[in-house]
Structures are given as C-alpha cells and as structure tokens.
Write a protein that binds this ligand. Sequence first.
Ligand code: DHB
Length: 311
Amino acid sequence: MNTTTSFKDYTLNSCLLNASGIHCLTVEDLNALSQSQAGAFVTKTATLHEREGNPTPRYFDTPLGSINSMGLPNLGVDVYLNYVIEYEKSHPEKPCFLSVVGMSYEETISILKKVQESDYQGMTEFNLSCPNLPGKPQIAYDFELTHQLLSDVFSFFTKPLGVKLPPYFDMAHFDAISTILNQFPLAYVNTINSIGNGLYIDVDSESVVIKPKSGFGGIGGAYVKPTALANVRALCTRLNPSIQIIGTGGVLTGQDVFEHLLCGASLVAVGTQLYKEGLGVFDRLNRELSIIMKKKGYTSIEQFRGKLKDM
Ligand code: DHB
C-alpha cells in the first residue's frame, strides 16, 4: 500500500494536514505538528501584528462538531515567518505552510511583500475567509474585491501562493469564484473554511455557548462535510488543472478522507476532529484510509483521486 501523495513539488508521506487555526498558534504547537503523522502542516493565520483575538469563551465542542469565534488570535507574522524559514532549512520532507491575512487591504499587501522579500521559499496560504471579525465581511464573498486583491498581489508576488476559501452554496457562485481564480497563477485552493455565523444554543441555560458576536460563530465538524465535498468537487471541475485542491471540512474518519480525495482533493485537512482528538488523529486516519484502499484494491491514491462518478 502506497499512501504517499504529490502536492506541487512535494512528495508527502501522508495526504493529511491540520486545518489552519487548530494546534498551530505557538511554536510548541508547530513543533508538535512537525513530529506528528501529518504529511504537512500550516500555521495559524498571521496578521501583521500580534492579536489577542475575541473574548473567551470563543470555541465550543458540540456533539456533531464545533462552533468558534476566535477573532484571529496570533503571534504576528514575524514569528511564523521566522519559524517557517528556519524549519524549511532542515525539513524538506514535511513542509510547513504559512497562513496570512491582513486586517485591511493595505496590511495584506504589506504582509505579502514581507513574505516575498524574505528567504522563505515554501507555500503561503492567503486566507480569504475569516468569518469572525466583527464588522468585516469575508473577503471571498466579495468577488470584485477578491479579483482586485489577487491582481495587486500577483503584480509582485512570485512565490507559491494558495488561497483559503469560504464555502459557497450556489452554482453561480462556484462559477464566479472559479472564473476569478483561473486568471491567476495560484498553486492551490483550500476549501472550505468553517460555515460562517452559525448559532449553537444550550437549552438548559437558554443561552448561547460562545461570548463574541452574541454567540454567532464558524461551524465545523460533521455538520459541514456535504458542503465541503460539494465545494471540493465544484472547484475541481472548474479550476485550471494546475491549481490543486486541499479539501477541508467534516473529516472524522478515513472514509471522510477517501471521499475528499474522490472529489478531487490532493491533500485533506483536519480541524474540529484534531481539536477533539489531538495529534493521534493523523495516525488513525492514515490507517483507516489504508484499510479502505486495500479493501477496494487500490494501491495508490492517484488511482481514485478526482474520479467520482456521475449516475
Ligand atoms: C479565524 C477563523 C477562521 O475561520 C479563519 O479563517 C481565520 C481566523 C479566527 O476566528 O481566528
């Protein structure tokens, strides 16, 4: 059984990574991810300056998943940029991607200029989809803004760049975002971020369960798998083949990983279940995926990746 996977110029031992935001805030978190059975990993989304994030409690595990409104707590881009520069010198076999977004248009440009001018050669993930900043709509739900930002970014950015997208729920929106993304030399898209601004309530206390934004927050876990698979599939069938896909959303079992791969994902990220289960989740999912592949007679991921059948 061969579960190695190719992603851009990398050959990875596993198709799994963490979803940004989970287990990747501190250098200790990142070092632990580097030692895990994930094939790659990604930092918490970094802003130009350190941020405390929203008031707590701001993450809550629900029976079927999670709700969060973290508000981009992070150590500031310099910490993560220095980490990935040092890390990539000694770990060519398991890449660490750098996730970033600015708190404004200008800040995004400054951050990406900093990355461009640095010694970092690895993958940068531009997060177009944070749902938890009070008063700030998600960038990728504004198609004109997304096109403008990517045009500006690619006027100077020549390193490998992916984008993290929010979920879309309409065929016209799959068409619209794909038309925009296909105009740029993107390395990959990561789909989906959490389903934004859900509401989970506790019946006993008749209360919301997280403090920011009157309890509204991004939904992850089992709730989101059909939406995640739809987004992976819709983008896979619309994007230039050079733009690879990281599938994120609703991954609890090896079968969920298999389903993302079948829809066309090249890598599969784990968020809520990593939070709930810890780093051992990667070893379990790798094993469960191998068992499914063996049962089906597949000896490599390439034999079924993207090959979902119509009826
Ligand atoms: C946060 C949440 C997200 O879904 C995201 O993409 C970035 C940041 C957050 O609340 O910290």
